[in-house]
Ligand binder design. Structure first.
Ligand code: UGA
Length: 427
């Protein structure tokens, strides 16, 4: 019942299916039973409560209690990476547990892999474990599908109800038919669906995230150039090249770099996949490099405008890796804090992610739930996450120096301050 699992569970339940959400962590399980997810996602809590009430959604620790009655089992465990190597321990464990249960079960549920995995994993690891331990045969009494996820944090519910595409990987006709039938009951026919094999579906997911990362690193590189070219504006460049239908307008917002639990992880896994196949991965490495250096670009802007860090107080506005989320995994703000915390005094504000950040930095930095308080006596504020509430900020008189570095260029009232929008140079 992590991010993808819970979102999927409420979606299925809202479409009038009976859903058992399996969660092993007792604390998280308890909060879910009380209708309280332990992370923030717009619209999610309401849907959890609504579906608990209608009894379409139930939470439990044990999959064994339901193995005889379920038609589909969606696997949504994490697949973290370490140094680009994907760690399959969670997915191997759950697949092994299910395979063991299938040994004695009469039921034939379709096992659907939603977790992001490297190409070949289903064919070479998941399917062999399932067949060997369960003693079953794919397409006969064992059914398996991959179904990569494209939802974004912050808009997960809307993305789940209205995906731009459905990708279904199978290697036998019966699994394919069962997936076809289920998805027909869930999604409007207008949503394109693509049936393919396991390897292609796995590669689609990696390619999709890698391409998004490419667009961001591309525009960030242009923004870095704009920093050096008087009068140039990265937003104008992005707007106009985005009008070319071959390019498209989305994912061209320059900023401090992409974060989160997906883009950085999937790109580094893809690099490993290239390396493992003896292929040149330098294209993808350069995308990663641009992203890694983005925080230093922001630090350089600070230095150019304020000199050194000695005796300075900096306010960081926004901690989550994107707006409308409390997720700080791979957040550029967290990296910025790590780089600056021993050099100057740091005050931080975020509407949602304070508690998670406090767990990382303890009393090394100061936390504020009120923006005005966070700005008091600061030498500079850096807007890192484009939360809506920062857009209309207008009073900066409480700052020692009203200098604002806006990495997302969202601030509207910029007259009475020294405003430094990243990627936009003065004439
Ligand atoms: C990403 C993909 O967008 C989803 O399609 C995918 O399902 C998901 O990963 C996943 O693999 O589970 P997510 O990480 O939730 O979704 O968020 P994004 O909206 O992709 O944002 C990622 C990062 O890129 C954020 O830090 C965001 O601020 C940054 N970003 C995004 C930019 O800097 N500029 C942009 O134009 C867009």
């Amino acid at each position: 019942m992590g991010f993808v699992g819970l979102t999927l569970a409420v979606f299925f339940a809202s479409k009038n299916n009976v859903v058992y959400g399996i969660e092993k962590d007792p604390k998280r399980l308890n909060s879910l039973k009380n209708g309280s997810p332990d992370f923030f996602e717009p619209k999610l809590k309401n849907l959890v409560l609504k579906n608990l009430e209608s009894e379409n959604l139930m939470f439990s620790k044990n999959i064994e209690d339901f193995i005889e009655i379920v038609n589909y089992i969606f696997i949504t465990v994490g697949t973290p990476t370490k140094n680009g190597k994907i760690d399959l321990k969670f997915i191997k464990k759950i697949i092994t547990d299910i395979a063991k249960l299938l040994c004695t079960s009469k039921n034939c549920p379709v096992i659907v892999i939603k977790s992001t995995i490297a190409p070949k994993t289903t064919n070479e690891i998941i399917l062999p474990i399932l067949e060997k331990i369960s003693g079953r045969k794919i397409g006969k009494d064992l059914f398996l599908s991959t179904n990569p996820e494209f939802l974004r944090e912050g808009t997960a519910i809307d993305d789940q109800f209205n995906p731009h595409v459905l990708v279904i990987g199978t290697c036998d006709d019966r699994s394919k038919q069962k997936m076809k039938n289920f998805f027909k009951s869930l999604y409007s026919q207008t949503i394109p669906r693509f049936f393919t094999n396991f390897a292609t579906s796995e590669l689609i997911k990696y390619s999709n995230n890698a391409f998004l990362a490419t667009k961001i690193s591309f525009i960030n590189s242009i923004a870095n150039l704009c920093q050096k070219i008087p009068g140039s504006s990265v937003d104008d460049v992005a707007k106009i090249i985005g009008l070319d239908p071959r390019i498209g307008p989305l994912f061209l917002k320059a900023g401090p770099g992409y974060g989160g639990s997906c883009l950085p992880k999937d790109l580094s896994s893809l690099i490993t996949v290239f390396d493992n196949h003896g292929l040149d991965s330098k294209f993808f490495k350069s995308i990663e490099n641009v992203n890694t250096h983005q925080v230093d670009e922001i630090i350089n802007i600070f230095k150019d405008n304020l000199g050194n860090f000695t005796k300075k107080t900096i306010t960081i506005l926004g901690l989550s890796f994107k707006e409308n989320s409390d997720d700080i995994r791979e957040s550029r703000s967290i990296i910025l804090i790590k780089k600056l915390k021993n050099k100057c005094q740091i005050k931080v504000h975020d509407p949602m992610a304070i508690e998670k950040t406090r767990k990382l930095f303890g009393d090394k930095i100061e936390y504020f739930s009120d923006v005005t308080e966070s700005l008091k006596n600061s030498d500079c504020a850096i807007i890192m996450t484009p939360w809506n509430q920062y857009v209309n900020l207008k009073d900066f008189t409480m700052m020692k120096n009203p200098i604002i570095i806006d990495t997302r260029r969202i601030l509207k009232n910029t007259k009475k301050i020294k405003y430094i929008p990243y990627g936009k140079s003065k004439n």
